[in-house]
Design a protein. Structure first.
Length: 314
């Protein structure tokens, strides 16, 4: 029963939030157009949250994910502006993200530094790199098919149901779910997050596993950056500021434990949708930005408190 409660709890919370805003704004909130907008907005946070799920399940944390997204958007726009093909530019950006993950994982495992400290430093360093690459301005690039990834579908493409970027998030979620539940790497990630010392004694290569986790997470953050570029249509070094909190909250709301060893892809996606629904609902209620920020802060604190209550008592 407890396991079912963990799985159904986030979904029930989502239904309650949707019902609340649908009641308060029946003409603006529960519309097909607004649902599509929320799905587009969720794609970026949801994709990055997939990588964060791996990190948190392994017992780590990554505060630099928002800066990684910003660097990816600027890098992609810069490459496109210099004549790169869309596919080559996107691939290069994902490789750059993987390099960032290797650096983070190397510092965490090689120097045995706290993931919090390492990623806090990377948060500032990568944000600065994004601003420097963009010369502290917005980078405009030629229009390509990448711009259509998170564009509302025209009537003649309604058969696709949702834009390609949303399908990409769903496909990546399926891959990460299989990795976490049905592969040796996934089992090692859970084991390390549950008890790293025991995992090491059992012969698990903790260093290699953590390197793989941070590399995969950063690659997914770079993919989220590609989607963010598609949503903004420009490279903005200031974008995704504070998004790391939404991403971490999505994982925790979805059942992930900051103590490690627990988390699910389905729960993470539900948590990401909850964060988007709350932000969208507050906008529909015409609440000022400062009220929305307070609401978001309360949700994050509540998510962490929920994680604490889920932990077994000594």
């Amino acid at each position: 029963m407890n396991e079912w409660a963990k799985k159904l709890g986030p979904l029930l919370g989502l239904l309650l939030v949707v019902a609340l805003f649908s009641t308060l704004r029946p003409r603006q909130f529960p519309t097909a157009a607004n649902v599509e907008i929320m799905l587009l907005q969720t794609a970026v946070v949801g994709t990055a949250a997939l990588g964060m799920t791996l990190v948190i399940v392994s017992g780590g944390i990554d505060l630099s994910v928002g800066s990684q997204i910003a660097l990816a958007t600027v890098g992609l726009a810069t490459l496109l502006a210099h004549g790169w093909s869309p596919l080559a530019a996107a691939g290069a950006v994902v490789m750059l993200g993987g390099l960032c993950g290797v650096v983070i994982g190397g510092l965490v495992t090689g120097l045995r530094l706290s993931p919090f400290i390492v990623t806090l430093g990377m948060w500032g360093g990568l944000r600065g790199a994004a601003k420097g690459l963009a010369n502290e301005t917005i980078v405009v690039a030629p229009v390509t098919w990448l711009n259509d990834l998170l564009t509302a579908l025209p009537p003649d493409q309604a058969w696709a149901l949702v834009p390609a970027g949303v399908w990409l998030t769903i496909a990546l979620a399926a891959v990460v779910a299989v990795l976490l539940r049905s592969t040796i790497l996934g089992r090692h990630i859970v084991a390390i997050g549950s008890n790293e010392q025991t995992a090491r004694l059992c012969g698990i290569e903790v260093t290699q596993t953590k390197l793989a986790v941070y590399t995969l997470a950063s690659c997914l953050a770079a993919v989220a950056g590609v989607l963010q570029y598609a949503y903004l249509t420009v490279g903005d070094p200031t974008t995704a500021s504070g998004m790391e909190l939404d991403i971490i909250a999505a994982v925790v709301i979805g059942g992930g434990s900051l103590a490690g060893g627990q988390g699910s892809v389905f729960g993470t996606l539900v948590g990401a949708v909850i964060m988007t629904v709350v932000a969208n609902g507050c906008t529909k209620l015409d609440l000022p930005n400062w009220v929305q920020e307070i609401v978001t802060g309360l949700i994050i604190v509540s998510a962490v408190a929920l994680d604490r209550f889920r932990q077994p008592r000594d």
